[in-house]
Design a protein around this ligand. Structure first.
Ligand code: ATP
Length: 139
């Protein structure tokens, strides 16, 4: 049985390396089944994540990270999020995300007109990534 603790440690890793690491008093993620809040000493969890924001509370502050899906594993007061890409709020290039959003919207229109379901599905995911980055950056 793990020791009782007042904090948990959060780390977010991508193929580019570790994007985020911090001790936290509360962690909030968005799973495929909805929002999940994790306090220290939570039972072990493994779950898939949506393209959405991750919120990490510590020292009276809240860090926000845009996470591109992936999964969360929590055990022994350590939360590890593994995703294809993730950006801390301050690292998000809003102009880049806005142009990605425009490209994705144009691609969705074209794919709908051409009844191209593969391109449509890819463009919808790209749109979700771009909108998530914009939302996290502008919060
Ligand atoms: P784009 O079309 O602008 O490349 P994308 O959604 O296709 O966006 P990804 O494939 O998810 O980009 O990410 C590629 C790399 O670029 C990752 O390291 C990701 O963190 C980074 N990245 C993507 N968009 C942004 C952004 N708006 N601000 C900062 N980093 C970004």
């Amino acid at each position: 049985m793990a020791d009782h603790s007042s904090v948990l440690s959060v780390s977010i890793v991508t193929p580019d390396g570790r994007v985020y690491e911090h001790e936290a008093t509360f962690l909030v993620v968005v799973t495929k089944l909805g929002q999940l809040g994790i306090l220290p000493n939570h039972v072990p969890v493994i779950t898939s994540l949506e393209v959405d924001e991750v919120r990490v509370q510590h020292d009276g502050e809240e860090d926000r990270i845009a996470v591109n899906g992936g999964f969360l594993e929590f055990s022994n007061n350590t939360a590890t999020i593994v995703a294809d890409s993730a950006e801390r709020q301050d690292d998000i290039d809003v102009a880049r995300a806005e142009s990605a959003r425009e490209r994705a919207q144009a691609s969705i229109k074209k794919a709908q007109a051409a009844h191209d379901s593969d391109t449509l599905a890819r463009a919808e995911v790209a749109l979700r990534r771009a909108v998530n980055r914009i939302n996290v950056a502008k919060h």
